[in-house]
Write a protein that binds this ligand. Sequence first.
Ligand code: BMA
Length: 323
Amino acid sequence: MVASVELFSRFPANPIVTVDDLPYRANSVFNPGAALVDGETILLMRVEDRRGLSHLTVARSRDGLTGWTCDPEPGLRAAPERHPEEVWGLEDPRLTWLPEEGHWVIAYTAFSRRGPLVSLATTTDFRTFTRLGPVMPPEDKDAALFPRRFDGRWLLVHRPTPLVGGAHIWTSASPDLRYWGDQHLLLEAREGGWWDARKIGLGPPPLETPDGWLIMYHGVRTTASGSLYRSGLALLDLEEPNVVLNRSDDWVLGPEAPYERAGDVADIVFPCGWVHDEGTDTLRVYYGAADTSVAVATARLSDVLAYVKSCPPPQRRRHSDQD
Ligand code: BMA
């Protein structure tokens, strides 16, 4: 199914946060997680310092589009003396509010000597943070938690990278956010010429809608001049989120604007957060542009759902679901 018009509109004043908006010197700011806290939109942004290592810094805005103020100091910085897995920094946070626990969970990439892995931390106010520690061994990234339990267990979406066979999106379940099992292959990268061949990863956390869990994921296409990062959509069953109902064949957001096409890493859009404004039915997707700045695109959630529901069910390449 092809959407007749572009679903997402770029905010005209993009990029909304650049390195010049930070109150301290850094190289770049990108790939933010997003949260709505007391009506204020919070971005937890990946900031790459002038060593090349990343930490996470908070920006706040009343309307989620303009008037961003960045905190004077990093919110969450690597602590390699206590957490050796963070030796090369913290990257790409995704934020999920857990009503049952009364706090946010941040799933982020800790860049260890053995490669990137998934770590969790919690916060209530985005001022103080508590680490839960690593939950997946390397190489594994692009993780986010569902906001509630299924059959008594939390569910984490993540993207391990095996030596062979491409990098696909999996889920793992846990009774306590600490011990994880029951791994399930959720969504496969396609093959050959597809925009999402060989390597995909979750974007923002799954969004609960009456039609199912909406997910946005990035797909990577390797070309002679580098990688192209674009994003597509899928819909998961509301009560059995390991069941994929629909998947877009087309990407819905790809590098087009100058700030997405040129930067530290060219031709990257990398969404890590979104906020749904129920009053206006507006979905705001926050993404890193060219690994250099933060941008936002908006859509009507009802249009996005109508589109994804018109997409076909996913095709499995193989019939055994764990190979
Ligand atoms: C991925 C991650 C992202 C980055 C993207 C494009 O593997 O490292 O943080 O935005 O590559 O460089």
